[in-house]
Design a protein around this ligand. Structure first.
Ligand SMILES: [Zn+2]
Length: 374
């Protein structure tokens, strides 16, 4: 039996989510906390940090002030734009290649670079990237486990090489969207243990196999703590300093970068939005697998975020979740099968293996349905 938050529509099947006695999830409680934060004070804290960064660059003759892990999507793009044009920093943008690069992502990244940014694109060994993606799709129902590790490790590897000790991440997912916050400071400064435990699940060095050597895993391995201590690496979340809202980020980017492209078909499969997570052909499968494993899809994810920022009401969210959550990712399906080197039958049996038996049932017509929905 799935229970849903009384304020948004997030189910209790979401990993690490917690509900209050009144049935309200921790992401909703966090959003109430955000209302009470003195954002002016936080901005001043940020201005102080900017001053420190500039001093550091001057003393150490650093030409880049900070690193922005940058997918090219609206969130990381909005951070890059603000750091450069509002705070006069010179960020180096670092992209860890999407698994399946698409035109929209490449186009949007180029548009920002044209506006005046330096960027590094990390392109990992594609033979290994595919092998890892397939392995984790089979084992964990998630084709993006290794990619998640790469996204975390890549920008930090670059920070070490260039000796740039400041990194700006977007939002702290564990507090923004409901999760387990390991320590109070991790809303502001990135806690590596939290990231490894919650996002990646284990350390990439454990992925060595008959087919994959430790050297093959180089792009995914996070530098050692002692190496990071040598440059005194500081990784911050932008969402600590400025009130986070994906819709506001999108509006800001559209204003600053009018050529920024959106999903061509008015909305992305599985949801009602057309501006989020557009840069990887495999993303629709990634979100669909959340629906299989946890019973909530991308429309629930997007609408909860909007409810928490007072941009949508709950009834509207319920309608959208009912309509789109279960939508199968047909758009790049054949290409995804080819990428994972799977037949359609193999694919289907992997998907079914990951259905959570506590929330799915087989009907008389042999089709799957959720035991209960919102
Ligand atoms: Zn909630």
């Amino acid at each position: 039996m799935i229970n849903f938050c009384k304020e948004c529509i997030m189910p209790n099947t979401r990993p690490r989510i917690e509900f209050s006695e009144n049935g309200v999830c921790n992401a909703c409680m966090h959003s109430k906390k955000k209302e009470k934060i003195n954002w002016k004070e936080r901005e001043n804290e940020f201005l102080n940090l900017v001053r420190n960064i500039k001093n550091y660059s001057k003393q150490n003759k650093n030409l880049y002030d900070c690193i922005v892990p940058w997918s090219g999507g609206k969130d990381s793009t909005s951070i890059a734009l603000k750091l450069k044009f509002n705070f006069d920093l010179n960020p180096l943008l670092v992209t860890f290649s999407p698994l399946m690069v698409n035109d929209i992502g490449s186009f949007n990244r180029n548009e920002l670079i044209k506006k005046g940014f330096d960027a590094i694109f990390i392109n990992p060994n594609q033979y290994i990237a595919k092998k890892l993606s397939k392995r984790f799709f089979i084992e964990r129902g998630n084709p993006k486990v290794a990619w998640d590790a790469g996204v975390n490790a890549g920008p930090v590897q670059i920070a070490l090489k260039y000796k740039i000790p400041f990194v700006f991440y977007a939002e702290h997912g564990e507090s923004e969207y409901g999760g387990l916050v390991l320590d109070q400071n991790s809303e502001k400064k990135r806690n590596l243990r939290e990231v490894i435990e919650h996002q990646v699940g284990d350390f990439p060095v454990n992925w060595v196999s008959n087919e994959i050597t430790e050297k093959d895993l180089a792009p995914y391995i996070y530098p050692e703590e002692k190496e990071l201590a040598e440059i005194n690496l500081n990784s911050y979340y932008f969402s600590y300093f400025f009130k986070w809202s994906m819709l506001d980020n999108f509006h800001y980017v559209s204003k600053m970068l009018p050529t920024f492209k959106l999903e061509e078909n008015q909305r992305t499969q599985g949801t009602f939005t057309n501006f989020d997570s557009l840069d990887d052909k495999i993303d629709c499968l990634y979100y669909y697998m959340q629906y299989i494993k946890f019973g909530f899809g991308r429309a629930t994810r997007d609408s909860c975020r909007m409810i928490q920022n007072n941009q949508m009401n709950r009834d509207e969210a319920i309608k959208l979740a009912r309509k789109y959550d279960s939508e199968f990712p047909t758009k790049n399906f054949n290409e995804v099968l080819k990428y994972l080197n799977l037949s359609e039958d193999q694919f289907t049996s992997i998907v079914d293996k990951h259905r959570n038996q506590e929330i799915w049932k087989v009907n008389l017509d042999n089709k799957w349905s959720l035991i209960n929905t919102i």
